[in-house]
Design a protein around this ligand. Structure first.
Ligand SMILES: Cc1ncc(C[n+]2csc(CCOP(=O)(O)OP(=O)(O)O)c2C)c(N)n1
Length: 381
């Protein structure tokens, strides 16, 4: 028996799931093809990015589906454990079961075939094997939806040959290119990260949402002013712009600011190609480069040879700008609010942290709930 992929996808749609992100697996290709043909589907560079994109879409009010091969589940563990779990952000997952015992499969899938369900158990994610009986599978979807409504992630493990063939329509990905690239032309003024964040906080209006990367950036933004339109992404290092992408795609009227660090940016650099490919015009991606992992003791990152502005320009960010000072940041941010366009802005900063820097008193999920209420217009700043 097999599931009619189109009817299954439509059933998911009826339950509200129409935003997908993932990295393909041949066992899931028909469901992925359905999603690409009929829903919003973001082709992520890495499964971890996909999880964060889905999380952003959830915060923006969409019900999202994550798809991956079981080999890719390993790439997704950081955001599943330190973003979804920590922030109580549910995602409906479909993970294939390559390497299932008894299946003649490739050697690289052997171990994952044995531990896929255990990995989900360890991550405290509820799961079921997806039935190949369509009626049963629809019932499973209903049960999964209840979990999602309860803000708990739920995964289906998908064996071989479950889905009926669904052809892939021609994919139209727009060729994007950088229209405005501004390279370094003066000395860097090297402000402290806290000074930059103070400026951003001052410029924040009720249409702007600030998402701060892992570590000191979030703590400092919190310390400056704990706004309901801030999110401090305490874990899932490297996922800030992916989460911001999901949010920007679902809330096109809001201005989303992703505040990144060089260590975090380098950890998931493939994500910038995805950001550029979907070119949300309401995303401003700011990279504060202090050349180090300051949050963990100031160890050097490998950013010193990287030309980030050219990099972002070459993957297709519409604007890629070298900032030399906080004043330039203000000018560019104000300009962007008027003109929009996916923007990468780069500012070198110097190290130095305030003594007794606080940590958010609210729990991460409370910060997220507050942001979601804010977005629904239920909280005023
Ligand atoms: C996946 C993962 N690896 C490592 C860490 C530990 N960690 C937290 S913050 C941080 C440094 C981040 O560096 P950067 O993005 O440059 O920001 P900075 O600390 O300099 O502000 C590290 C390594 C983590 N939270 N998650």
């Amino acid at each position: 028996m097999q599931i009619n992929t189109r009817q299954f996808g439509n059933e998911l749609k009826k339950l509200g799931f129409d935003f997908y992100s993932g990295v393909p697996c041949s066992f899931l290709k028909d469901l992925i093809n359905y999603a690409i043909n009929n829903c919003d589907y973001v082709m992520a560079a890495n499964e971890g990015d996909a999880v964060a994109i889905c999380a952003g879409a959830h915060i923006g009010g969409r019900k999202s589906v994550f798809l991956c091969q079981n080999s890719g589940l390993t790439n997704a563990t950081s955001p599943l454990t330190s973003l979804n779990y920590t922030f109580r952000i549910p995602v409906l997952g479909f993970v294939s079961l390559r390497g299932e015992e008894g299946l003649d499969d490739e050697p690289q899938h052997e171990l994952m075939g044995q531990i896929t369900s255990e990995m989900l158990d360890i991550m405290k994610i509820d799961w079921e094997y997806l039935s190949n009986n369509q009626e049963e599978a629809f019932e499973q979807l209903k049960r999964a939806n209840i979990k999602i409504e309860q803000k708990k992630s739920f995964f289906f493990i998908v064996r071989k040959n479950i889905f009926v063939k669904e052809k892939l329509d021609e994919q139209k990905l727009k060729k994007v290119g950088c229209e405005r690239e501004l390279l370094k032309k003066a000395e860097d003024s090297l402000p402290k990260r806290m000074e930059v964040l103070e400026k951003i906080s001052k410029l924040t209006d009720s249409n702007m949402i600030n998402i701060a990367t892992t570590g000191l950036t979030g703590r400092e933004l919190y310390e400056i002013e704990d706004l309901p339109n801030n999110l401090y992404m305490v874990g899932s290092m490297g996922c800030v712009s992916s989460l911001a992408l999901g949010l920007a795609m679902t809330l096109e009227q809001k201005n989303i600011i992703a505040i990144d660090g060089d260590g975090a940016f380098l950890m998931r650099m493939g994500s910038i190609a995805t950001n550029a490919c979907y070119y949300p015009k309401n995303l401003f991606h700011l990279l504060l480069d202090n050349g180090s992992h300051e949050s963990t003791g100031g160890q050097r990152t490998v950013s010193n040879n990287v030309d980030f502005v050219s990099l972002a320009a070459n993957v297709g960010y519409e604007n890629s700008i070298y900032l030399h000072s906080i004043d330039e940041l203000e000018i560019e941010l104000m300009k962007w609010k008027e003109k929009k366009g996916l923007t990468f802005a780069y500012l070198k900063t110097s190290n130095g942290v305030k003594e007794n820097l606080g940590r958010p008193k609210l729990k991460p999920y409370e910060v997220k709930e507050r942001l979601m209420n804010f977005l629904r217009g239920e909280v005023n700043d």
